[in-house]
Write a protein that binds this ligand. Structure first.
Ligand SMILES: C[S@@+](CC[C@H](N)C(=O)[O-])C[C@H]1O[C@@H](n2cnc3c(N)ncnc32)[C@H](O)[C@@H]1O
Length: 600
């Protein structure tokens, strides 16, 4: 149980045992080509916002997609055939890159699911049709159970702007199981009020609403063709009652008797003994003809068995909202977890974002593992759990080195892990969403507001080698020039040489928000652990019109119109750095984010 900071593919491969997980919920980025940003709202609800990039939802055919594709082919079987066919149709496109990376991960999910385990893959119509083909190939088409449609919003502005198409208001959740025997706890939802009004038209003597149901069936089965005998007193307005003792053979004076067969062409659905039991429990009533009917009392009915059209779960309410892009409501995850797992089962969310699955699993007394490649996300989950469940909750986090030695170990054993950690510590976005491959000399990036009107960009280069030299620094300097970036941070495992320091200093200062900041800052692992921090821009409040916030936030790629648009507001406190104060925005002070976490 715990959180992993890192790419979920190697984490699953290295850390999650075969057939160990009861339920996997995946909510991967949807290939929407959007960068998601958190907007911080200052007190007083002024429209002042600032933002921090969280994760980028883009996929391109690069080395990592290619590696995944090869891994999938090496896996063989149906999925290899399907991927070969898909690549012929789609080429080395973004969609194919997305599918190659998803296929490699879904193969792992299949490996780690228990014999009665289930998978829920949350996606949207952009790629759901392709993902279903991929899942059919990995799990087998016979293991497909449902396509759930979740209405995440009641209206969406897709349909505005003169676009001739319907508003896109639903997500798709594909439900597969690993075998033909799976964990299933039936869920029910309340009856529709119109249905109650039309069906539950009677009230019993206690005032309980009930409906009458037929006791005959189309097919015979056992003791099903008898005559049902009834009796009642003559001349009184009373209902029939069963004639269990066959009194009609020796009729009493003042009583009338009747006998009814099933309707023509039909059979009794219950044996005489079962109908008798219904009578004794007060659940049988007779029509004027003497035909018995079962009384179905509304308050005893569990509701309608849950169908695959989920319209009753709204987006995360304000009381849950953490401002994390694409945050899902707890109710959605609670429903999935309650249906497809039992207490103490292990639940895994490999794209866990701000930890909705983890929080729901903890509430429902399940074990859990959450993985996310965003350092910000992992830290946010840690805080979310503490706020909700108290400081005693143990939140083991793997992948984040706790001290200098473990950070060195990470650099030695996992170059990309080291990069991810360093970029995350600096509060920056991983370049190319942390995907391995050509990075053009950039490992991390941060957009920041450069008041009064501009957005600025800070780039990060991380060097995990035992030695570092002037050549690497000059290369990074060229990258800053090429990219027109305002600021750069060069983070190295080894201490920079004096020549490097001189070179960095020669670039002088950049003015951010009217204050001078070194354009190129050097930081080494040793200085980091001695507590020194580079001077980093913080999210500076900026007035942005409400509905244009993401766009105005500074030449950041715009979300695909097909993708839900977000306003990620986190109530917070406007912090003003003191002169020369060193701020690391990734570790926002607790009081800077007010998490109101009262969860139903
Ligand atoms: C759609 S969000 C998940 C939101 C989540 N369901 C929630 O309620 O907060 C997708 C998440 O996947 C993460 N992610 C993207 N690629 C990843 C990878 N290769 N390994 C682990 N996490 C990844 C992103 O950082 C992001 O937090």
């Amino acid at each position: 149980m715990g959180l992993y900071f890192g790419d979920n593919l190697p984490v699953m491969q290295k850390h999650i045992a075969d057939a160990s997980v009861a339920l996997v919920y995946l909510d991967p980025p949807f290939n929407s080509k959007a960068q998601y940003n958190l907007l911080y709202e200052t007190p007083g609800n002024e429209r002042e916002t600032a933002q921090q990039g969280v994760f980028r939802d883009t996929w391109n055919w690069e080395d990592e997609a290619d590696t995944c594709y090869r891994e999938v082919l090496a896996h063989g079987g149906q999925i290899a055939l399907i991927m070969t066919a898909l690549i012929k149709a789609l080429g080395h496109s973004d969609t194919m890159a997305y599918l190659a990376m998803m296929a490699a991960r879904l193969i792992e999910v299949h490996r780690i699911l228990k014999a009665d385990g289930s998978l829920y893959l949350h996606c949207d119509p952009t790629a759901s049709h392709y993902l279903k083909i991929v899942l059919d190939a990995i799990f087998g088409p016979q293991r497909y159970r449902s396509e759930i449609s979740w209405r995440r919003t009641s209206s969406h502005n897709d349909a505005k702007q003169g676009r001739k198409q319907y508003g896109n208001v639903r997500d798709i959740i594909l439900f597969y199981t690993i075998s033909d025997e799976w964990c299933w706890n039936q869920q029910y939802v309340p009856y529709d009020p119109d249905y109650i009004e039309s069906e539950y038209r009677h009230a019993d003597t206690d005032g309980q609403d009930y409906k009458e149901t037929d006791v005959t069936a189309a097919k015979p089965g056992g003791d099903t063709s008898y005559i049902w005998r009834v009796k009642r007193r003559e001349g009184r307005k009373e209902r029939w009652q069963p004639d269990f003792d066959d009194e009609y053979l020796r009729p009493r004076t003042g009583w009338v008797y009747n006998g009814v067969p099933p309707y023509q062409g039909r059979f009794w659905a219950y044996s005489r003994a079962n109908l008798r039991a219904f009578w004794e429990q007060g659940e049988l009533i007779h029509r004027e003809t003497g035909m018995p009917r079962i009384m179905q009392r509304l308050h005893k009915m569990p509701g309608v068995p849950l169908q695959n059209d989920w319209q009753d779960i709204k987006p995360a309410p304000k009381s849950e909202a953490l401002g994390y892009p694409t945050q899902k409501p707890l109710a959605l995850l609670r429903r999935i977890i309650e249906t497809s797992s039992n207490p103490d089962d292990l639940i895994l969310d490999p794209f866990c974002g701000c930890g909705t699955t983890v929080a729901a699993a903890q509430q429902l007394k399940r074990q859990w593992v959450g993985i996310d490649v965003s350092y910000y996300a992992v830290r946010l989950i840690e805080r979310r759990l503490r706020r909700k469940f108290g400081n005693d909750i143990v939140v083991p986090i793997e992948g984040i080195p706790a001290d200098y030695l473990s950070a060195e170990g990470l650099a030695e054993n996992d170059k990309y892990g080291f990069q991810q950690w360093a970029v995350g510590e600096l509060g920056c976005q991983l370049w190319n969403n942390g995907k391995k491959g050509r990075d053009g000399g950039i490992d991390g990036e941060m957009w920041f507001f450069n008041p009064p009107h501009n957005a600025g960009r800070l780039l990060v280069q991380v060097k995990g080698g035992k030695k570092v030299g002037i050549k690497e620094l000059r290369e990074f300097k060229d990258v800053l020039n090429r990219e027109n970036a305002e600021l750069g941070v060069f983070f190295s495992r080894a201490a920079p040489t004096p020549e490097m320091r001189t070179e960095a200093a020669s670039l002088g200062d950049q003015h951010v928000g009217g204050k001078p900041v070194r354009k190129l800052q050097l930081i080494s692992l040793a200085t980091w652990y001695s507590g020194q921090r580079p001077q980093l821009p913080i999210p500076v409040p900026l007035t942005i019109p409400k509905d244009k916030s993401v766009r105005a936030a500074g030449q950041i790629r715009r979300a695909d119109p097909k993708q839900p648009s977000f306003t990620f507001l986190v109530e917070g406190v406007q912090t003003k750095p003191r002169k020369n104060q060193v701020v690391n925005p990734s570790i926002l002070p607790d009081e800077a984010i007010s998490l109101s976490m009262e969860v139903v």
